[in-house]
Unconditional design. Structure first.
Lengths: 149, 321
């Protein structure tokens, strides 16, 4: 599958926490706020449960970007899940950037259940960022095999 | 060096004879010149086969979770600076119990890269090796050659800032003053463009044969089932496709965040000499710089990902424009 930049439609995987961000996305829908349709939502119990391997695996299997969204600090349903995972997020972003995978492809945000508007804006920002970068071809599972010529 | 070795042997013999420990993990002479091998001693009379020299490269902490799982009595272990930090990591991650192990601490003089020396020598047979504080003299059939130790150290030993054991029950030798050279390779690598960085990473890993030696040599990799072999979920295919190799290495290296003590065991274990340290070291540095965290310094400090602080800077979060 060849995807040129001009017709590039990014695919963004969004891991949304059940208690805040997923409800925020729901509110955005109910209030009929328009936002890009490039995201594929996966509902998770808590942003604290996101294994960095999920993110890397998504990128390997064809996602051009990943968004992880949870409750605002202090609002976590499980008290501190979103705070515990914060260090992991920061270092993962730093590590991917260090290796040469653009850090804008992996984004994290806090969205509460009352912030439908904010959710739409964040999706817009993430989609635009990924669109600018073009398709992620670094280590895709279906990338063309290189020959030693 | 020989003095220290004799002291170690005496202490171990005593410990085994009085049944304070019933197994000791140390170093023995390897089958190849300038190599040592992990050596397990169970009887006091075989303690004299233990050695201590500048080629004791293995991180012995890697064996502890395995030998402790079916043993009720104490196990002794020889610990350099990095080994002791790995031991602390294993205790903190509840893989072993402090009271079950007896640690013989040895300040580390820095471990020599035997491959580097052997390529310089280019002789068939080595007859004898002598070493003093600064030099190592290798005798072979037609003569002898002197090597300055400081020029043949492993990369991780040059940049080592913790050569002294962090915990020990018995300390043998004198504590070393710390003379770490800062590592400039990370800065140089970061200064390159994204494309160049990825090219280097990709090209380096293109040589990987996925033997998992880096994982097996690492004391932090004690998982009974590694994500590399897990089938539910199946994280990666079993082929040697570049995509799977890269996935394995990103996964493995990131799994060591806040746990890697930069002992270099993965680099030494690699049969094709991948420069893995270039990629593992960044997370060690970042954890230290951002969260002031260095693994394996004390038993009390919580794990990097096991705790959080409200003052953690959250500059990575996305805000709508």
């Amino acid at each position: 599958m060849v995807r040129s930049n001009s017709t590039f439609v990014p695919k963004v995987i969004a891991f949304l926490c059940n208690w805040c961000s997923y409800a925020g996305a729901d509110l955005a829908g109910v209030t009929r706020i328009q936002y890009p349709t490039n995201i594929r939502i996966i509902r998770v119990p808590c942003s604290g449960g996101i294994n960095p391997l999920y993110i890397i695996k998504a990128l390997q299997n064809g996602a051009d970007g990943v968004l992880v969204s949870g409750c605002h600090p202090g609002d976590c349903h499980y008290i501190s899940g979103n705070l515990v995972v914060l260090r992991k997020f920061e270092l993962l972003k730093k590590f991917l950037e260090y290796l040469g995978i653009e850090s804008e492809r992996v984004q994290f945000s806090w969205v509460s259940a009352a912030e439908g508007m904010r959710f739409a804006q964040i999706i817009e920002k993430v989609t635009n960022d990924v669109k600018k970068l073009g398709p992620l071809m670094h280590f895709r599972k279906d990338m063309p095999i290189k020959t030693n010529e | 060096m020989n003095e220290l070795q004799n002291k170690i042997i005496d202490v171990i013999r005593e410990l085994l004879a009085t049944k304070k420990i019933n197994l000791f993990i140390g170093y023995g002479n390897g089958t190849l010149p300038l190599k040592t091998t992990p050596y397990f001693v169970e009887h006091a009379n075989s303690a004299d086969k233990l050695v201590w020299n500048s080629f004791c490269s293995n991180n012995l902490a890697v064996y502890l979770p395995y030998v402790m799982s079916d043993r009720k009595t104490r196990v002794g272990i020889l610990c350099k600076g990095c080994d002791s930090r790995s031991v602390i990591g294993l205790i903190k991650e509840k893989q072993i119990k402090r009271q079950d192990i007896f640690i013989i601490g040895v300040p580390c003089p820095g471990i020599l890269n035997s491959k580097k020396i052997l390529t310089q020598l280019n002789v068939d047979e080595i007859e004898d090796i002598n070493e003093d504080v600064d030099n190592i003299i290798v005798k072979f059939k037609d003569g002898k050659k002197k090597f300055r130790k400081s020029e043949y150290l492993y990369g991780c030993c040059i940049n080592c800032s913790h050569p002294n054991p962090m915990i020990y029950d018995v300390l043998i030798g004198e504590m070393k003053s710390i003379s770490a050279q800062p590592d400039s390779t990370i800065k140089e690598f970061s200064a390159k463009t994204r494309k160049e960085r990825w090219k280097i990473f990709e090209d380096e890993l293109a040589r990987c044969i996925r033997c998992y030696a880096c994982r097996n040599a690492c004391p932090n990799c004690y998982c009974k089932e590694c994500f590399a072999e897990e089938t539910k979920p199946k994280w990666m295919g079993a082929t040697n496709s570049p995509s799977d190799i890269i996935f394995f290495h990103i996964g493995r290296i990131f799994h060591q965040t806040g746990r890697c003590v930069d002992c270099g065991a993965c680099v030494r274990a690699c049969p094709i000499d991948l420069n893995l340290r270039l990629f593992t070291r960044i997370l060690v540095d970042e954890a230290k710089e951002r969260f002031g965290f260095e693994p394996g310094l004390s038993l009390e400090e919580p794990l990097l990902f096991g705790t959080f602080s409200l003052s953690d800077r959250s500059e990575c979060m996305t805000e709508p424009k």
